[in-house]
Design a protein around this ligand. Structure first.
Ligand SMILES: C[S@@+](CC[C@H](N)C(=O)[O-])C[C@H]1O[C@@H](n2cnc3c(N)ncnc32)[C@H](O)[C@@H]1O
Length: 374
């Protein structure tokens, strides 16, 4: 990436050699920042939703706090700082879902795909804006709609947008301090009906926030049921709905909920406690595809894999999830997944496990089980 702040080598995490680790919106934001000369060396810069660390890398010689919901984005940033020989001593970042409490001088916001998440973040950022704080937002033009700009106007104040350059636009709001009303959208919610009703709440920005996804429903319909003390992993847990169903159907099972999203793991924890109270324990980890879990430490892994990373589509994460699942499974244990038929997960599982059984299917989805044999 070549910008006024320097030239940087940037890569994605997980590596995807055919995909770029920054976009025209990052470049535009950094050029604009250079043109308006508002950054001093000791400026406190809050960077929100920096895809693979492009902004943090370019601005590393300021006091940066980088907030990102994605552990993979944080890994990418660390990797890219190292790859460019940059010390990250001035860099702070989140270790949970909470926003930093301190105000900032400059806030750089990459506009997220989810409008509900944007709304929540704008309310949180408004609290961190002092009279001199500048908020500069950017995104690809195709993700910026009238409704996006309305949110800036309603929550922050009068908002200008630039014309699109290489399909990216800046969104430049000015803080109107008379705007003090309102709060972020509450959690979405729906009811999972099993032996009783389970209320599943979901933070803004999480997968299938207001209703049970059709694929997740099919996965739940094919979960094993019984009294065995199984060690069950809900991998890519999102709001935790699949693991909560598995816990309800297997009263003696121990559950691990794992996701690379801080908001997801937070939400799964809240939903699990709501469902079973504090008496039933489970483990909750923010992790990249179970990398931190020991070999042969689970009997059953359940996955509804993602097929998007940020705005791009691919199956690299699903593949890694299957590989790591095989590693953490005990011999005789099983991986049960749901996926779109066209994604051909059957072939992948067969290649990795040597077997793949169809447990159920409809016109769109297929539920598969692969068993770990010796
Ligand atoms: C299709 S959603 C499924 C969510 C939930 N299990 C459900 O069925 O509603 C996929 C989930 O995988 C998570 N994810 C994506 N990449 C991941 C990774 N590298 N490691 C762990 N989880 C990941 C996403 O954050 C998302 O919550």
């Amino acid at each position: 990436m070549s910008v006024p702040q320097g030239e940087f080598e940037l890569m994605r995490c997980p590596p995807a050699p055919s995909l770029q680790a920054w976009d025209a919106a990052d470049e535009m934001l950094l050029r604009h920042l250079d043109e308006i000369c508002i950054l001093r060396r000791d400026s406190r810069v809050l960077i929100v939703n920096d895809g693979f660390g492009a902004l943090a890398v370019a601005l590393a010689d300021h006091r940066v706090y980088a907030w990102n919901d994605s552990l993979l984005a944080q890994h990418a940033r660390a990797l890219n700082l190292r790859a460019n020989g940059i010390e990250d001593t001035g860099l702070e970042y989140n270790r949970d879902a909470a926003f930093p409490a301190a105000p900032a001088d400059v806030i750089l916001l990459k506009i997220p795909k989810s409008l509900a998440l944007l709304e929540q973040q704008l309310y949180a950022l408004r609290e961190r804006m002092l009279p001199d704080t500048r908020l500069l937002a950017a995104g690809m033009a195709r993700h910026i709609h009238r409704s996006t700009l309305d949110l800036f106007e309603q929550i922050i104040g009068p908002t200008l947008t630039t014309r699109a350059v290489r399909k990216a636009r800046l969104v430049l709001p000015e803080r109107d301090f008379s705007l003090t009303q309102g709060q972020g959208p509450g959690p979405g919610s729906y009811t999972l009906v099993l032996d009783r009703d389970y209320r599943i709440r979901s933070h803004a920005g999480l997968f299938s926030r207001d209703r049970l996804d059709r694929g997740s429903r099919m996965l739940i319909e094919h979960l094993p049921t019984g009294d065995a003390p199984l060690r069950i992993v809900d991998l890519g847990c999102g709001s935790g709905v699949v693991g909560i169903a598995a816990a309800a159907l297997n009263p003696r099972a121990q559950l691990l909920f794992s996701d690379e999203s801080y908001l997801a793991v937070d939400c799964a924890r809240i939903n699990f406690e709501d469902a079973f109270g504090r008496a039933r324990q489970a483990r909750f980890t923010v992790d990249d595809c179970l990398r931190e879990e020991a070999d042969a430490s689970a009997d059953l892994v359940l996955v509804n894999p993602p097929f998007h990373q940020q705005h791009s589509v691919g199956d690299a994460v699903a593949w890694e999830m299957f590989r790591q699942s095989r590693r953490v499974l005990e011999t005789g244990g099983g991986l049960v997944i749901v996926g779109n038929r066209h994604l051909a997960y059957h072939a992948k599982l067969k290649k990795l496990f040597g077997n793949a059984e169809v447990l159920g299917s409809d016109s769109k989805f297929v539920v598969l089980r692969a068993s770990k044999t010796l």
